[in-house]
Write a protein that binds this ligand. Sequence first.
Ligand code: ACM
Length: 687
Amino acid sequence: MRTIFLIVPVLTSLISSCSAQVQRMPALMPVPAHMEARTGELLIDPSFSVAITGHKDARLQRAVELFLDHLRRQTGITAVDLRITDSSKAALTISCENASKDIPELGEDESYKLDVSSSGAKLNASTTLGVMRGLQTFLQLVHTGPSGFVVPAVSIDDKPRFAWRGLLVDVGRHYIPIEVLKRNLDGMAAVKLNVFHWHISDYQGFRIESKKFPKLQEMGSDGLFYTQDEVRDFIAYARDRGIRIVPEFDMPGHSTSWFVGYPELASGPGPYQIERTWGVLNPAMDPTKEYTYKFLDGFIGEMAKLFPDRFFHIGGDEVNGKEWDANPKIQEFKRAHGMKDNADLQAYFNKRVEQIVSKHGKTMVGWDEILHPDLPKSAVIQSWRGQESLAQAAKQGLRGLLSSGYYLDLMWPTSRHYAVDPMSDAAANLSPEEQKAVLGGEACMWGEYVVGENIDSRIWPRAAAIAERLWSPQEVRDVNSMYQRMEEISQKLDWLGLTHNSGYVPMLRRIVGNVDPSALKALVDVVEPVKEYNREDLASTPPTSTMPLNRLIDAARPESLPARHFSELVDALVAGNLKPGMEPQLRAVLEKWRENHTDLQPFFEQSFLIKEVDSLSQNLSALGAAGLAALEYLDRGEPAPAAWVSQQLSAIDQIKKPQAQVLLVVAPSVQKLIEASAGQTAALPAK
Ligand code: ACM
C-alpha cells in the first residue's frame, strides 16, 4: 500500500478562514463544498419549530422527527418542546422538491442548500436525501453561546465528491449486537456516510438467518446471528438515515462457518468446525460441483429478496488454494477444462456466481482478486490492495471502490487515513472518463479484535475523517484543521449513544479492579495499540475468537490525542515558539508522568488485568523524569552532558518497543526534548 503524505497544508480550511471575521464557527465534518459565513446567529430555544413545505412524505417527516430528537439530546431541551409546524414563522423551513427513491440508490442527488440568518433558516434540497444531509449540517452548527444555543449565520451549498461513501463492519469474526450497529448507523449519518457494508459471514461465524438453509446459522454461528426480522428492521433504520445496506457473503474462501452445517459445499473431506483462530485459512467452496451452484442459487435468491440494495458483495478475497490442490477431483476438473492455475478456477467460480447474482437482479461486488478479463463490465471491484487495482479495473471498464488505506483495524493515526485519496497514485493518471468509474471508498472495521463494547472506539472518531475525504472537495486536506474539527465532532457523536468516549473509563476501571482508575488513565491516555498485524506477531499464544477483549490494548485508543497535544508543545519548544503558559503545562505533564508509577503501584497486586502494565508504567515515569531533566538543562541554557544524553537516548530506544502489546507514543517527543537539551537549539524564553 502506498500512501501519500501531505506535509504542507494546501488549503486552509474554509472554516478557519471564516471564523476570524465573524462569531465562532462550530466544527463541520465533512467540510461543505461551498460555505460563506455571515453575521448574526439564530437562537435555538424551546420555541424552535420546523416547517416542511413543498414535497412531503413519511420518510421526510421521520427525518425531521429524528433531527428534532437529536437536537433535544444535544441541547437538553425537553421532549415536549421543539416541533414540526405549518407556521410560516417556523425557525427552520425545509423545502424539498421530490421524494428520494424508495430503495436508496447509488448516485441519488444528495445536494442541499442551507441558509441561516438571525431571523430564520432555510434548507432546500431536490430530494429527501439532500434534506437529511442538510439537517446533519445544521446539527453540527448548533453550539452553546453566551445567550443560549445558537447556529451561526451562514450560507452553505453542498454536495458530495463521491457517491459511494461506506463503512464496512465485519460481524463474522465477532458478533456485534444489532443495537451497536444501529448507533453506528447514526454516527454514519452524522458524517454523511451512505453505505453500510455488512461483512456478515467468515470462517468464524455465519451471522444471518437463512430459512432455506437453516443449518448455516444453527451450526455456524454459536447462536449469535441476526434474524430476518432484525435485518429488515435494520435496513429500514438505515433507509431512514439515507444509508444503503450492502451485504457481503465472502466466497469461495473465508467460508468455514458455512461448512459446519453443509460440508458438501467444501473442497476438503471435513468435518468442519467454526474456526477460532485468525488469518488466511485453507477451507474453500468446491467450485467444480454443480451442487455448489445449486446451493448458491437458492441462498443468493433468498438473500437478494431480503436485501433490497442493487449491489451484492461476494467477497472473493484470499483463497489460498490449499484445499483445491489437495483434492484430486478438483485437479482433474482443472485439467479437463484447460485451467492453468487456481486463479483460472476462481475466475470460473466468479463467472458462475455472477450469473446467479445477476439472475436475482443484483450487481456483483468483490475484492481485488475477482478482477479478471472475463468478468462482466457491470461488476464493481473493491480494492484492499491499492489504487492500482482501481486503475486496472477502470481501464477494463469496471467500477471501483477504495478501501486500501482505510482499514481502521490497523490502528493508524487519523492523518494517515486522511491523506489517502481514491484519485491518487495510479488512479490519478486515468482519463476523465475512466475516473468516473471510481465510485468512492469504504472505511473497513475488520472484526478480529472488536466486540460490542469497544468497536465504537475503533471506528470513531477516525471514520469521520475518512467520511470527509470522500465527501469534501479534494483540496480540503489541512491536517491541523481536520484534527481540531474531529475532536469537536467526536464529542457531538456522544449524543447519539456511541461509546467511543464513554466506554473508556469503565474499561480502565475494570482493569484496575473497580477502583478509581485515574493513575491508569494517565498512562493509557498516552499509549496506543501496536500497529498493523503486530498483535498477532507479539502474542505468546495465537489469539482466538474466544479470548476476552478486556486488556489494556483493548481499552487503549487507536490514536492518542493527548500524545498528539504533547508533541505539539514539544515541537513549539524545539522551534522556539513556546507561547506563555506552555512551559508550565509541559512541566506539569512530565511531573505527573514521573510520579505516576508510584500512584499506580498499589494496584499491581489487586488485579490480574493490570499486572502486564508494570514495566510500561515504569517506562512512563522514566520518560517523565528524563523530560524534566532535559527541561532543566534548557532552562539553565547549559548543554546536557553527552554521556547523560546518550544514556537517555538508548533508554528511549528500549521504551519505544511494545510492552503489553501497546506503544508508549510520547517517547519520540521526549526524545526530541533530550536532543534539544544536548544541542541547546531551543533555549526557553526568559522568565
Ligand atoms: C481483505 O482484506 N482480505 C479484504
